[in-house]
Design a protein around this ligand. Structure first.
Ligand code: SAM
Length: 348
């Protein structure tokens, strides 16, 4: 069944579905966006930091190697969540060739749901002669007793969210299907569930609240894994600590903003990550917050400015300017420098 029919049949069962269920069908259903599409890169719907410049992966590699040298120094699990085309892991491994001890201690796992992207990841890793890789669809908390370094870029913003808004009382947005007009439309219902009302108390200063149960569950698994195996998790994503006043849910098709009801299964759907919630989960599992900052501070703290200047040496004007623009894109506060946040949690 196609996504539209699947959603309609789900709506028929319960008269309505919540926004997160709708998103889940569009992104992860049999015919869903992250299951079938080749989604990342200049010509596709969006471009991510590792695809903008090799410098991003080099800085993350510097951070990981430094952490490993200080805290691990033995064989370890290196786990990337949602590796996309594999550009980030390739840049990390390429940078790590200067540190053979680190490189030889890696047991690499890539967690990916998209078959087309797995093929790209395989090809890109083959090009740097790296073959020892384990691909899985889910994070395994039992795995083994080696310490783990888990990292992700633009992974947690993929998780579906439910949407609520406040007009004296809290209301949740749902989606219905109008059989006569053959269109989806939003309806609202007052929230009367006490548990949900308690959760919404954290959003008292905002008009729209976005809550992702799926993201919370996934991050709990990550924390359980770190707690059991020891190690560190680095999460880089669009997001906030103080909730934004209005909504962050956005749909993108071919680099243009669209409506949630358009291009079902063919457009990207994201919502900003609530880092305050991720930190609360980490505390619940008695993990330590090592760092929370914006992407600009993280990358510059890892030596991005110096690396940019090194790469620019002896380059012609065009390449020099391209490196400058890439640096700006990654760090400028009006581009990716501020809206992207970096959270590092580790085992006490
Ligand atoms: C926005 S892309 C980011 C790709 C890459 N990290 C980058 O920065 O270029 C999200 C990635 O996560 C994968 N993905 C999304 N949800 C997933 C899930 N629940 N489990 C595993 N992989 C998932 C997608 O297929 C894709 O590879």
């Amino acid at each position: 069944m196609k996504i539209k029919e699947l959603i309609i049949s789900e709506i028929k069962k319960n008269k309505k579905i919540d926004v997160s269920k709708f998103i889940e069908f569009c992104l992860y259903g049999d015919d869903g966006y992250y299951i079938k599409n080749d989604v990342i890169g200049g010509k596709n719907d969006f471009i991510t930091s590792p695809e903008i410049s090799q410098m991003f992966g080099e800085m993350l590699a510097a951070f990981l190697i430094n952490y490993w040298n200080k805290n691990i120094k033995t064989e370890f699990n290196l786990i990337e969540l949602g590796p996309g085309t594999g550009t980030l892991i390739v840049d990390i491994l390429r940078t790590a060739t200067k540190n053979k001890k680190f490189l030889n201690s890696i047991n690499l796992t890539l967690i990916e749901k998209n078959k087309n992207l797995i093929i790209k990841q395989k090809n890109n890793l083959r090009n740097i002669n790296f073959y020892s890789v384990n691909w899985t669809k889910e994070i395994d908390i039992k795995k083994n007793n080696r310490p783990s370094i888990i990292y992700s870029n633009e992974f947690f913003d993929c998780f579906p969210i439910r949407q609520f808004y406040k007009k004296n009382k809290w209301y949740e947005k749902y989606i219905k299907y109008n059989e006569t007009q053959k269109i989806f439309n939003f309806i609202s219902e007052e929230v009367d569930n006490i548990k949900m009302l308690n959760k919404l108390e954290k959003f008292n200063d905002v008009v729209v609240a976005e809550i992702s149960e799926a993201r919370k569950k996934y991050f709990e698994l990550v924390c359980k894994h770190i707690k059991k195996n020891s190690g560190v998790c680095i999460t880089i994503d669009y997001g906030y600590k103080e909730p934004p006043k209005y909504f962050s849910l956005q749909t993108i098709y071919n680099h243009n903003k669209t409506h949630l009801f358009e291009n079902l299964g063919n457009q990207d759907i994201t919502a900003h990550v609530n880092f305050d919630e991720l930190m609360s989960i980490a505390y619940k599992y008695e993990l330590k917050i090592d760092l929370f900052c914006n992407q600009k501070d993280f990358l510059n703290g890892c030596g991005l400015k110096e690396r940019k200047e090194e790469l620019q040496k002896n380059k012609n004007e065009k390449t020099f300017q391209k490196i400058e623009l890439d640096y700006e894109r990654l760090t400028n506060k009006s581009q990716m420098g501020e809206i992207f946040k970096v959270l590092v949690i580790s085992c006490l």
